[in-house]
Design a protein around this ligand. Structure first.
Ligand code: SF4
Length: 377
């Protein structure tokens, strides 16, 4: 099983597609080391995320506690605090670090509301490489405002010898967003095709399977059903800053228990978790975020191998790339069907704006306003 631990909802970025920063947690309420110590060993992938996890002063202690309990321990970060990250990478060179970058200078800094964010992230990445990090990379969320730049970002990652992780706009209670909808679905999808073609030139197995993951993102961007059913609550779960355990970070009605009050096994094997898994089976959202896509692509019998379908797609299209045969995306995705957004409210583009700090932060634990109002198409 994979687990994401949301250490905090405090964040010093001001992203347009994620409003966690307007809804920070209080430090005193955040999941403690004692509570995290209740997690067992044997996770395949454990992600420390937020908010911004490097704002937790005890991040090194959290890593010391959880590193032995997972095959891969990841920190998802805005990369603005290298002083917190470098000592961790020096001590644990195999730790996976993904720094969010939403484009080059102007684009990143506008979408993420970060002063000199792009330049600071590049400095942080260089410091982590110099510190001996072995699993480093940038992570980007495809959206209309940055999709022209994603091939350039991928090439930058290739030059630096690091990974390039991707996702697309999603709505969800964790992000406090219900208007994350692309303006021009076809344009965003066609630019993702360009990235997939680039990735298929690689000989790195991770990159080749990420090309398939990006194919799933095209389906998501066009508003289609998921390529593979979701396994939330059984193959992956989330612990939030209040120690609540959720099957996923999209639907607020999929809470399975609370780690402060219950044991891990009690939560996973309890009747509430079973009820929530039944809801997951019937879920009509078409999320394709890293947690739900990666676990769905995994072979149900041999967790370290991919499913047959994604493997066949990768082999077929790698061969085509090698032989310079055009890759036909319309064989996998029906481009004649694009979801009609109707009356869905469109998010505002923040490109070109200098600052957006006039919104007042307010702590919020009640997600009820999102219980039916968002739709991931
Ligand atoms: S598909 Fe449904 S259960 Fe799966 S992550 Fe999305 S909202 Fe959650």
């Amino acid at each position: 099983m994979d687990l994401s631990v949301i250490l905090t909802y405090r964040c010093d970025s001001r992203c347009s597609m994620c409003h966690i920063w307007q809804n920070p947690t209080q430090t005193a309420h955040e999941v403690t080391l004692d509570t995290l110590a209740k997690l067992p060993g044997g996770f395949d992938h454990l992600n420390l995320t937020g908010g911004e996890p490097t704002l937790r002063k005890d991040l090194m202690e959290v890593v010391e506690l959880l590193h032995p309990r997972a095959c891969t321990l990841e920190i998802s970060t805005n990369g603005l605090h290298p002083d917190r990250l470098v000592p961790i990478v020096e001590r644990f060179p195999d730790i996976k670090v993904r720094i969010s970058v939403e484009g080059f200078e102007a684009t990143n800094d506008a979408i993420r509301g970060e002063k000199n964010g792009f330049a600071r992230k590049m400095e942080s990445m260089d410091a982590l490489i110099a510190a001996g990090g072995r699993d480093l990379g940038f992570a980007t969320t495809f959206q209309d405002e940055n999709v022209e730049e994603v091939v350039g970002l991928y090439r930058l990652c290739e030059e630096k010898g690091i990974e390039f992780a991707t996702s697309a706009l999603h709505n969800g209670f964790q992000f406090h967003k219900d208007d994350n909808v692309p303006y021009d679905r076809m344009k965003v999808a066609s630019k993702v095709e360009d990235l997939i073609r680039e990735m298929l030139k690689s000989w790195n197995a991770k990159t080749l399977f990420r090309a398939y993951l990006n194919l799933g993102l095209i389906a998501k961007i066009l508003g289609h059903d998921r390529l593979i059913p979701c396994t939330a609550g059984s193959m992956f779960a989330f612990v939030d800053p209040w120690s609540d355990v959720y099957a996923c970070n999209v639907r607020p009605d999929l809470k399975m228990g609370n780690l402060l009050e219950q044991g891990w096994e009690e939560i996973l094997k309890g009747p509430v978790a079973q009820e929530q898994r039944a809801k997951v089976k019937a879920c009509t959202q078409n999320c394709w975020m890293v947690a739900s896509a990666k676990t769905a692509m995994r072979n149900p019998r041999f967790a370290h191998l991919p499913r047959l379908g994604p493997t066949a797609w990768v082999v077929r299209n790698k061969l085509k790339s090698l032989l310079h045969i055009p890759i036909r995306f319309d064989q996998d995705v029906d481009y004649s069907v694009v979801h009609e957004d109707g009356e869905v409210a469109r998010r505002e583009s923040w490109l070109g704006r200098k600052q957006k700090a006039n919104l007042q932060p307010a702590e919020s634990r009640q997600y009820s306003q999102f219980s039916s109002g968002f739709f991931n198409r």
